[in-house]
Design a protein around this ligand. Structure first.
Ligand code: PGA
Length: 301
């Protein structure tokens, strides 16, 4: 069997992007050239790797196996490139990050600082939902991810790097606004806007109520942190939100934090990476920026 790196690169892009057209764009090739490479790969291994169902592209069982290996091989190759670039002292290299959408209120600022230190590095940060992050981590498509609720049961290392206290917010005219030491039972009388299923914030909220045997009355389901903020301001219900994500709304007096007993709920932000992953110097530098500097950087930003 004679599989070439070019075939693997083309197939890898098709498998990742689920599209020959987008793979061709990414690789700066024509679409027929990419198809040809994938066909040659199939000829070499004697099995099909993709199948078309309707307009979408799926991986066959063989395709899934090849994809797992192509990821690993190409990742190693990228690491090698980064190591060599570093040996040459050019400070370049590639860093692929993913962050849960809720981290959007701080992650870009950290990335800004990092960019200044490594101006010639090729860095991407996919700010996306939990499901997509889990897929990307499992497929080793990213060097590391920022999450509030690290997944369990995978071969992952999760390092907490910053507090993520969750508070209950209300519009300033809410009857509980300004009251002190509001008993938790009082929350049973309120309607809460909830995040989408799978959201770490929503999980924390449900666990909090369940543990204390409090009845949780939920109103509308909102698809993002931003939507919850807007919904609370519009008087649709209360919201449970990372405190640091509502700084501006508090300053502008569009929202207030309710002073409920035993609040905030204490959580953390984590950087999640594969256990035993050999980090490139660039990736290690970003991990260190998170674990050693993030708190200070964000305070002074
Ligand atoms: P999420 O935020 O609610 O968007 O999943 C991350 C978390 O706090 O777990």
């Amino acid at each position: 069997m004679h599989i070439t790196l070019r075939q693997l690169t083309c197939f890898d892009a098709v498998a990742r992007l689920r599209s020959f057209t987008r793979a061709a764009e990414e690789l700066h090739l024509t679409q027929p050239a990419v198809s040809m490479q994938v066909k040659q790969l199939e000829a070499q291994i004697g099995l099909s790797v993709t199948e078309h169902i309707g307009r979408s592209i799926h991986l066959t069982d063989a395709g899934k196996e090849v994809y797992a290996y192509s990821r690993a091989i190409l990742q190693e190759l990228e690491e090698l490139e980064t190591v060599l670039v570093n040996l040459k002292g050019e400070g370049g290299g590639r860093l692929r990050l993913a962050a849960i959408s809720t981290a959007n209120y701080f992650a870009p600022r950290l990335l800004g600082t990092f960019r200044q230190r490594f101006p010639s590095a090729n860095i991407s940060m996919d700010i996306t939902n939990r499901e997509s992050i889990l897929v990307q981590i499992a497929a080793n498509e990213v060097d590391m991810a920022i999450m509030g609720q690290p997944p369990e049961g995978l071969e992952l290392e999760a390092i907490p790097f910053m507090d993520n206290p969750l508070v209950i917010v209300a519009p300033p005219e809410h009857p509980l606004a300004g009251q002190r030491q509001i008993p938790q039972q009082q929350l049973e009388e309120e309607v809460f806007l909830v995040r989408e299923p799978g959201s770490g914030t929503r999980g924390a909220m449900e666990r909090f109520f369940k543990k204390r045997r409090l009845r949780l009355t939920t109103g509308m389901e909102m698809g993002s942190l931003e939507a919850v903020k807007q919904g609370v301001q519009a008087g649709l219900g209360l919201g449970l939100i990372p405190r640091d994500a509502v700084e501006m709304e508090l300053r502008l007096e569009r929202l207030v934090i309710l002073n409920v007993v035993d609040f905030p709920i204490h959580r953390h932000w984590y950087v999640v990476l594969h256990k035993g992953k050999r980090l490139t110097p660039l990736a290690a530098a970003f991990r260190d920026l998170l674990t050693e500097e993030a708190v200070d950087l964000l305070q002074t930003a």
